[in-house]
Design a protein. Structure first.
Lengths: 142, 196
C-alpha cells in the first residue's frame, strides 16, 4: 500500500497522467490510497486541475514570421525518402535492360546466350547503381 | 512506468507516423500541418526556458531543421510532440553551453542581478484579459524558478514528456525530475492563487 510520499511521486507517472486527464483508469494502488486519505484526495484533484489548465497557460503563440520561415524551410530541407522508389526502379531497369541488350552483340557468345532474363538483371543492376550514384551525388552537393 | 508514454492511444501515434510519412513523401499539406501543430510548442519551450526572443527564434529553427533531417528515423514509438520536445530540450541545453552565450547572465530570474525582461509579450487576440493575467502570473512564477526546474516543468506539462524521458534528456535521475515537478507545480499554484 502506498504512503503519502509514494502517492505524490506516483502522480507524475504516465498511467496517473492518463487517469488525471480522463484517458484511462485510475491505477489500483493509487485509487486505494486516494480514497483513504483526504489530503491525497485533494492532491489528486489539484493535479487534475493543473493538468487541464497549465498547458494552456504555458503555451506562447509563436511569431507568424517564424512559422512562415519554417514552412518554407521544411520543403527545402526534407531529405529524400529512404524508401525504394519502385516506379523509378522499374523505369531505370527497363532502360538498363534495353542498353544491355543493345550492347550484347559485342559480348562473347556465351554471355549473350544467357538469355534476356539475365540481361534484364544486368540492366537492372546497372540502373540501380546509376540511381544510387545519382542520390549520393545529390547528397554530396547538399 | 515513467519511461514509456503508457496510455497514449495508439491512434494518436499512428496518426503521427502517418503525418511523418506524408511529410517525407513531399506532401505539402502534411508539411504545413507539422509546422502549424508544433511551432508554438517548440517556441514555448524556448521562451519558457528563459531564452530571449532572438535566441529562441534561432533555437526553434535549429530544432526544426534537425527534426526534418531526422524525420526518416522517426518510428512513432513516442508521439511527435514528445520527440520534438526531446530535440528542443537538447538544443536549448546545447545553446546554453555554447561559447556565444558565455557572456550572458546565468541563474534564476529572481536573482537580484539577473536582468529583467522588458515586459510581457502582447496578448494574442483570442485571449481575454483574465487568461492574459493568468498567463502573466504563470510566467512570473516560472521566471522565479532556476534551470533545470523550468525546463522540467515545461517539458512535462507542455511537451507531455514522461518523467523517464525528461530524465534521460536532461541527464538526471527520475527522482530529481519529480522533485523539480513537485516544487515547480507548487510555485505555479501559489502564483496563480495570488491572483484569486
Amino acid at each position: 500500500m502506498l504512503n503519502c510520499t509514494d502517492f505524490n511521486d506516483r502522480l507524475w507517472d504516465e498511467d496517473c497522467r492518463c487517469a488525471l486527464a480522463g484517458r484511462g483508469p485510475v491505477p489500483a494502488d493509487v485509487a486505494v490510497h486516494r480514497d483513504a486519505c483526504s489530503a491525497c484526495h485533494q492532491a489528486w484533484t489539484e493535479a487534475a486541475d493543473d493538468l487541464a489548465t497549465l498547458p494552456h497557460l504555458l503555451l506562447v503563440p509563436a511569431p507568424a514570421a517564424l512559422q512562415a520561415r519554417l514552412q518554407r524551410g521544411m520543403a527545402e530541407r526534407l531529405p529524400p525518402s529512404p524508401a525504394l522508389d519502385w516506379t523509378a526502379g522499374i523505369v531505370w531497369a527497363t532502360i538498363g535492360a534495353v542498353v544491355a541488350l543493345a550492347v550484347a552483340g559485342e559480348f562473347p557468345a556465351w554471355i549473350a546466350g544467357l538469355g534476356p532474363l539475365c540481361l534484364s538483371l544486368v540492366g537492372a543492376s546497372l540502373a540501380f547503381s546509376a540511381s544510387a550514384a545519382r542520390n549520393a551525388l545529390r547528397e554530396a552537393l547538399g | 512506468m515513467a519511461g514509456e508514454p503508457a496510455g497514449v492511444p495508439d491512434i494518436e501515434r499512428s496518426r503521427d507516423r502517418e503525418l511523418a510519412r506524408r511529410c517525407l513523401a513531399g506532401d505539402g499539406a502534411a508539411q504545413r500541418e507539422l509546422v502549424r501543430r508544433f511551432t508554438a510548442l517548440v517556441w514555448s519551450l524556448c521562451i519558457r526556458a528563459g531564452l530571449p526572443e532572438t535566441e529562441a527564434d534561432d533555437v526553434c529553427q535549429e530544432t526544426f531543421w534537425r527534426a526534418f533531417k531526422a524525420l526518416p528515423r522517426f518510428r512513432g514509438e513516442a508521439r511527435l510532440s514528445t520527440w520534438l520536445c526531446t530535440l528542443a530540450l537538447r538544443r536549448i541545453a546545447d545553446h546554453r553551453r555554447s561559447p556565444a552565450r558565455r557572456d550572458l547572465p546565468a541563474g534564476a530570474a529572481s536573482d537580484p542581478d539577473f536582468p529583467q525582461p522588458k515586459g510581457p509579450p502582447p496578448p494574442s487576440p483570442e485571449s481575454g484579459a483574465a487568461l492574459s493575467q493568468r498567463r502573466q502570473r504563470v510566467r512570473t512564477a516560472l521566471a522565479g524558478l532556476a534551470e533545470p526546474a523550468r525546463s522540467v516543468l515545461v517539458a512535462y506539462y507542455l511537451g507531455e514528456m514522461p518523467v523517464g524521458e525528461i530524465a534521460r534528456t536532461l541527464g538526471m535521475p527520475e527522482g530529481t525530475v519529480k522533485t523539480h515537478l513537485h516544487r515547480g507545480r507548487r510555485a505555479l499554484r501559489e502564483g496563480l492563487r495570488e491572483l484569486c
